[in-house]
Design a protein around this ligand. Structure first.
Ligand code: HEC
Length: 106
């Protein structure tokens, strides 16, 4: 149930904005997150199920949401993980994190 709390928290972060009020259903954010994950080619290194191949398994990451957001935005120098901050908006990165959390396994 912990993940649900995280999910709702992140979803709230994503949707509380100037447009606010338009209640966002978690499911929509999830679908969007998945689409963004595929469209941006994350799956080529992390797998469609997020379990990793060239890149690490994202379903068992020990990172916090903030750390994941930062890693996606800034990448990691010297690795295949390039920065995505110019390609994906901060809001869309949040959606990807919601999607990744939905894949989490113990
Ligand atoms: C060309 C291969 C490649 C692509 C494409 C790629 N990654 Fe990565 N990613 C890596 C590698 C390699 C690492 C390991 C570097 C590190 O964090 O130490 C990594 C690390 C990460 C981490 C940190 C995981 C952890 O627990 O340390 C996250 C989160 C992540 N990637 C998400 C994404 C997302 C989301 C996308 C798509 C927007 C993406 N990656 C695209 C190769 C890739």
């Amino acid at each position: 149930m912990m993940w649900l709390a995280v999910l709702v928290g992140v979803a709230a972060l994503v949707w509380v904005g100037p447009a606010g009020g338009q209640g966002a259903v978690g499911a929509e954010v999830l679908t969007e997150g998945k689409r963004l994950y595929v469209e941006n080619g994350c799956y080529t290194c992390h797998g469609l199920d997020g379990r990793g191949n060239i890149g690490p398994d994202l379903t068992r990451t020990t990172k916090s949401d903030e750390e994941i957001v930062a890693r996606i935005a800034n990448g990691r120098a010297g690795t295949a993980m390039t920065p995505f901050r110019d390609k994906i908006s901060a809001e869309d990165i949040r959606k990807i994190v919601v999607y990744l959390r939905s894949l989490a396994r113990p």
